[in-house]
Design a protein around this ligand. Structure first.
Ligand code: FES
Ligand code: FE2
Length: 398
């Protein structure tokens, strides 16, 4: 195992412990990180028919992505222009000719324009566009629908991922179809603790018997390029020890749409701040994290397969899911233990190895956006945002 591109000299300490427990820090992260960065809602083939929609909620933001009668996919705030109700209540579903708000029945066309409101005599004159659903910035990249609530410094997803397209293009991602739909869960830790665990492979040999058995001898993290990391594990040579890994390697078909070097490798792309797109030979999927509070994080994801996936591919998918299920459970426990430590009187910061350079690089990205993270001690209550603004003002221009 190694990490490519590690500088000879680098600071091996992590973010300050207070930043994992501070509600004020979380408010700053919502504004500077989450609202301004791209988030996956799903894949265009999660909503193949007109009127199909899918939603993404996080910390008060509510998005609905809907396919119109013209076949186009659009993203809107799921906020009724009348009194702010959700216009669709479910996380995913189907509406007919319009999105009809469940509160008083205002109806919005699938292109977001206001169609009609009940009892119009009692309302002021309403303009279909001006009083339509508010659009959200959206980008469709390889079939995946990304949105962001505020524009920010991040380039488009297409630009971010461009260096990796020679590999990614083989997976025919725009053709993928959903498998089991969206999954969600939550974990009682700060969101950064989840990403910290995800950003290094040093723990794989000890903490993840399944992954170690599958690819542990060859696992490698690469240093981020424009905030995107690539990690990969080519399958170990020889027979596997664990039942699910051994069966997975045996049943995995030789996919002809993939070049030979992509037929026995799992690849993970980490997109700042907290999204991972993973490419397995039989499955492509994503997972992401959103903070609910300073000590509660939502995990969400979905998996996809090629539209012509046969029985062997589906068996391989079943087996890779079993491996991943164990890995997720193991990682959740690790995040809980490491996050708890920041409250301990025995906690004295962390020491990162070269193999955990991805954690440091990620912390640097956060520090660049929010320089208050360079403070060893928590700022006095009520001063964090102001102190951060002052520090931004003092930073040399890029
Ligand atoms: S809040 Fe939507 S119709 Fe009243
Ligand atoms: Fe892990």
């Amino acid at each position: 195992m190694s990490v490519d591109g590690v500088p000879a000299q680098w600071d091996r300490s992590g973010l300050p412990g207070w930043s994992y427990t501070s509600p004020e820090m979380l408010e700053l992260e919502k504004e500077h990180v989450f609202r301004r960065s791209w988030q996956i809602v799903g894949h265009v083939n999660d909503i193949p028919e007109s009127g199909n929609y899918m939603c993404l909620d996080f910390f008060g933001e509510r998005a609905v992505v809907v396919r119109g009668h013209d076949g186009l996919v659009r993203a809107f705030h799921n906020v009724c222009r009348h009194r702010g109700s959700r216009v669709v209540a479910e996380a995913q579903g189907q509406c007919k000719a319009a999105l009809v708000c469940p509160f008083h029945g205002w109806a919005f066309n699938l292109d977001g324009t206001l169609k009609a409101a009940p009892r119009p005599r009692h309302l002021p004159t309403l303009d279909p566009v001006q009083h339509g659903l508010k659009p959200i910035e959206m980008e469709i990249w390889c079939g995946f629908v990304f949105i962001r609530f505020k524009s920010g410094p991040q380039p488009s997803i297409a630009e971010l991922m461009e260096p990796f397209m020679p590999e990614i293009s083989h997976y025919r991602m725009d053709k993928l179809v959903p498998t089991e739909g969206f999954w969600t869960g939550s974990t009682p830790v700060n969101w950064k603790a989840v990403v910290d665990v995800d950003n290094e492979g040093y723990h794989v040999p000890i903490a993840h018997p399944g992954l170690q058995d599958l690819y542990g001898d060859h696992y490698m993290d690469e240093a981020p390029v424009n905030g995107v990391t690539r990690s990969h594990g080519r399958f170990n040579d020889g027979p596997a020890r664990l039942w699910s890994v051994q069966r997975y390697k045996t049943h995995l078909p030789e996919f002809e749409h993939l070049p030979p070097e992509q037929r026995n490798i799992w690849v993970y792309y980490g997109i700042f701040p907290s999204t991972v797109v993973y490419l397995y030979p039989e499955t492509v999927g994503f997972y992401q994290q959103f903070p609910i509070s300073e000590n509660q994080t939502v995990l969400r994801g979905a998996a996809y397969m090629q539209p012509d996936a046969d029985r062997r591919s589906k068996l391989a998918r079943y087996l890779s899911t079993r491996i991943d299920r164990d890995t997720t459970k193991e990682d959740v426990q690790l995040t809980i233990w490491s996050c708890e430590a920041t409250k301990s009187s025995g906690y004295d910061g962390i020491i990162l190895s070269d193999l955990e350079y991805g954690v440091r690089a990620y912390h640097d990205m956060l520090r660049n956006l929010m320089p208050v993270l360079n403070e060893d001690e928590a700022p006095p209550p009520g001063t964090l945002a102001q102190m951060n603004e002052q520090l931004i003002g003092q930073s040399p221009s890029p």
